[in-house]
Design a protein around this ligand. Structure first.
Ligand code: ANZ
Ligand code: ZN
Length: 819
């Protein structure tokens, strides 16, 4: 008996796969394509269990598809730009490039030890000049199309790190990296015009039937489309106009004050020279520091201040006081609100707090309006209009449109759509990113770097101290000549947000070595969209939204013929230990290295896939890992026991019932595993059905047909191959094959094998034949009795009688003795 030695065989087969380039993409256009992609990792140092889980899931799908006759693209790469490399440089004095590439080497080796079937010929690292040259080309494409532009605006700024931060990098008002309180400053920055694509990004979600509903909802909320109206108010004393965005133009007659975001540009003008000027300016500074989350929370305290100025109501001509308050945000709608306390909860709270009038303009249908009644809360339901001039009595849904039309006709506003989505701020004052390929010339202005001069290389001799942008301090980098006039000019020193790198990497894999253009259209059109994309839920909004945006822009540029990059999306759950997420701070980390060292990669993979459905959280369990290891040993012994028999390929003869029964289990397993991997992506139940099959083989009678036994053993190895690639490769040789198990065709499912044989039996009552029935041939005595008792005629005949005894003769008869 040969013992199962995972380390020996895993090393052996990994080397063999390496040498034979076994996982190179099997480009063969007679086959259907399948693109299986796991989100590429950040090379942080070493793999954690979350990585191991994603790769195990992806590898099962990729291997299964290959065995089912697909040409499969299954690549891997590195999302390699970003802050941690700079932090390491500051802390350890290591060059970001060196640190990053060392990590890549280490992690790649770990991935190989997992036996994941990646096509390493297509490996990419976003920090390599070959890759960022193409990222720069794409930036220039966005620039040419008017989709990359510079804008002066209020941005999040970390005073300690001296860089802007994206909204999602601000946590509770502080920098996610150093914890310093984030301030807002006005800065000119580069933006991508993702808002131009808001409607398409929203509408096309409907065609993504392979995405979790949850993720689509998060994207919808992030885009946040609202239909409503714009209304323009005059501010005569300032000679200005104020435009608000409202979803409720039907409440226009109920406006009793206006509220501006403190940052609204008109505010300073309204208070200029007034006695409250200093107070208002202080209030602006204070609110700027509050995070948007706090400002908009429903239960957060509303704080405001009267500006001393008034606007004129566009329909009634009344004076309406203008306030500023923290709950109005500058970057939504127009940064100005018409307040209707009677019908808006936040306005109601605010009016109560500052004693502002409340005018009701909607009452429930059928109710008479009582002007003396005081409201205790805002009325936010539908109803009919009151105190609304010529619109009185009109149902408010109708008034929504009618009032918007009325505004339009009178040049006072009209229907409009507003989005929560903002343009994407893409410039960073950091070193370790793709340089933005732009040159500033005093005479020519903004000049894009000519394509043939790309890449704009990151200089290596820079000082990284974490305090300011190293590129800005590099004279050698900054000073250049203008491509347009040849005069002295300066380079843009900002680098790109790393989300840009990952917004197009899935395209690069189709043509990873192209040194002219980012990718060849034909290749991208062949492989994309990605058929299965696997990754963490933490990317549900940004990465996926940005990638979808890129895809649409490239489609519009005629570079690709599809508009969505990821056909199906699988978001895997977390790996927990003792009920909590594994983390260094909790000291509950189990590393893939440890598991591989103790049991081998196959056991680790099997456990991870068996312990939970992929989209659920997975609870790490040492006994569960042990169990997976024992199961692999059990399969190993089974194969070893029957190796000689299988190698002779005995003829299958299904005449005995044990053989038929095993055949039935085998096909039920094939069906289950195929559907579970291929359609439902539920690997845990697939594995349990393989376990049942193995039990059945162990229980197979000694005198059962040897052909069927051999066939079942051989098929088990193939069914297990996508989950445990090394041990199955070894066992495949053990039973006498010389080729790879991973090149075998997936077993075909035979429906007819599932049909149970049937026989006709008679049912007697007190020895007299009363009924004939067709039942499964292998029904047990108990089953026969139950089937007979369920029969309508027998039920009738035995009703009210006492059943004294039932005699069942398998395959022949049931006799019921009544008294
Ligand atoms: C008057 C009104 C009356 C409103 C009413 C609501 C109810 P959504 O649905 O999220 O798009 N609003 C507009 N701009 C704002 C800003 N920059 N900051 C905070 N609030 C703002 O919300 C649109 C509604 O939120 C708008 O409709 C406006 O209040 C407020 F019975 O206008 B409404
Ligand atoms: Zn110039």
């Amino acid at each position: 008996m040969k013992a199962y030695k995972p380390h020996e065989i895993e090393k052996k087969w990994q080397q063999y796969w390496n040498e034979t380039n076994a996982h190179r993409t099997n480009e063969d256009d007679t086959k259907e394509k399948f693109y299986c992609l796991e989100q590429f990792p950040y090379p942080s140092g070493r793999l954690h269990m979350g990585h191991m889980r994603v790769y195990s899931i992806g590898d099962v799908v990729a291997r299964y598809k290959r065995m089912n006759g697909y040409q499969v693209l299954h690549p891997m790469g590195w999302d390699a730009f970003g802050m941690p490399a700079e932090n390491a440089a500051i802390k350890l004095g290591a060059q970001p490039a060196k640190w990053t590439y060392e990590n890549i080497d280490f992690m790649k080796n770990q991935q190989k030890q997992l036996g994941v079937s990646y096509d390493w010929e297509r490996e990419i690292a976003t920090c390599s000049p070959e890759y960022y040259k193409m990222t720069q080309q794409l930036f220039l494409l966005f620039y040419e199309k008017g989709l990359a532009y510079r804008k002066n605006g209020t941005v999040n700024w970390c005073p300690h790190d001296q860089t802007v931060l994206a909204n999602e990098q601000v946590e509770d008002g502080c920098c996610w990296r150093c914890g310093t309180e984030v301030t807002k400053i006005d800065l000119e920055q580069w933006y991508f015009k993702i808002t131009d694509y808001a409607d398409r990004l929203l509408n096309d979600l409907d065609q993504l039937t392979g995405w979790p509903e949850k993720v689509k909802t998060m994207q919808r909320n992030w885009i946040g489309r609202s239909t409503g109206a714009e209304v323009t108010f005059d501010v005569p004393e300032a000679g200005e106009k104020l435009t608000v965005f409202t979803t409720r133009p039907d409440t226009l007659y109920g406006v009793t004050f206006m509220v501006l975001a403190p940052e609204h540009p008109i505010v300073r003008k309204l208070v200029k020279g007034k006695e409250n000027e200093a107070d208002v300016l202080a209030f602006i500074e204070k609110t700027k520091k509050e995070s948007d989350i706090i400002r908009t929370a429903a239960d957060a305290p509303k704080e405001g201040m009267f500006t001393g100025a008034y606007a004129r109501h566009p329909l009634t001509g009344q004076d309406v006081p203008i306030w500023i308050a923290n709950y109005v945000l500058m970057d939504y709608g127009t940064g100005a609100v018409m307040a209707v306390p009677a019908h808006d909860t936040r306005d109601f709270a605010f009016a109560r707090q500052y004693n502002l009038p409340i005018t009701r303009v909607i009452v429930p249908e059928g109710e008479t309006f009582d002007a003396n009644e005081t409201m205790t809360e805002a009325y936010t339901e539908d109803g009919v209009l009151v105190q609304s001039g010529s619109f009185d009595g009109m149902p408010n849904r109708e008034a929504l449109e009618k009032i918007a039309e009325h505004l339009k006709e009178n040049g006072l506003g009209g229907a409009t759509v507003s989005y929560r989505l903002r343009d994407w701020l893409v410039s960073r004052q950091r070193y370790w990113g793709a340089p933005i390929p732009i040159i500033y010339c005093d005479d020519c202005g903004i000049v894009p770097v000519p394509k043939e001069d790309l890449p704009v290389m990151l200089p290596e001799n820079v000082v990284i101290d974490g305090m300011s942008n190293p590129l800005a301090k590099s004279e050698e980098f900054v000073n250049t000549t203008c491509p347009s006039c040849g005069g002295h000019a300066r380079r843009e020193t900002d680098t790109m947000d790393t989300f840009i790198d990952s917004s197009w990497y899935y395209l690069r894999f189709t043509d990873a070595k192209n040194d002219e253009i980012p990718f060849d259209s034909e290749k991208a059109n062949k492989w994309l969209p990605v058929d299965e994309y696997i990754g963490g839920i933490e990317h549900a909004i940004l990465h996926l939204l940005y990638s979808r945006f890129f895809t649409k822009v490239l489609y519009d540029a005629g570079m690709i013929n599809f508009t969505e990059p990821f056909k199906s999306l699988l978001t895997q759950g977390m790996v927990l230990k003792d009920g909590a997420k594994m983390s260094k701070s909790k000291g509950n980390v189990v590393s893939p290295d440890e598991i591989i060292a103790k049991y081998g990669a196959d056991t680790g993979r099997l456990f991870i896939l068996f312990a939970a459905p992929p989209d659920r959280d997975l609870e790490w369990s040492d006994s569960g890992v042990e169990g997976s290891y024992r199961f692999l040993n059990r399969v190993w012994r089974m194969v070893d026991n029957h190796a000689d028999l299988v190698a002779t390929h005995p003829q299958i003869n299904l005449s005995d019932s044990a053989a038929k029964d095993l055949n039935r289990t085998l096909h039920a397993t094939i069906k289950k595993v195929s559907e579970d991997i291929g359609e439902r992506r539920q690997f845990n139940t697939a594995i349990s059905s393989i376990m049942e099959l193995v039990n059945k083989i162990y229980a197979y009678p000694k005198d059962g047909d040897p052909g069927m036994l051999a066939h079942a053993v051989e098929s088990t190895i193939i069914l297990l191959a996508p989950f445990a690639p090394h041990i199955t490769e070894e066992m495949w040789r053990t039973i006498g094959h010389e080729d790879s198990v991973h090149h075998q065709s997936w077993p075909a499912f035979d429906e007819s094998a599932l049909v149970l044989d049937e026989v006709e039996i008679v049912v007697q009552i007190n020895g007299k034949v009363r009924e004939k029935m067709v039942i499964p041939a292998n029904a047990t005595k108990q089953e026969m009795e139950a089937i007979a008792n369920e029969n309508e005629k027998i039920k009738e005949l035995t009703a009210g009688k006492t059943i004294r005894k039932v005699i069942a003769v398998p395959g022949k008869l049931v006799n019921i003795v009544v008294g």
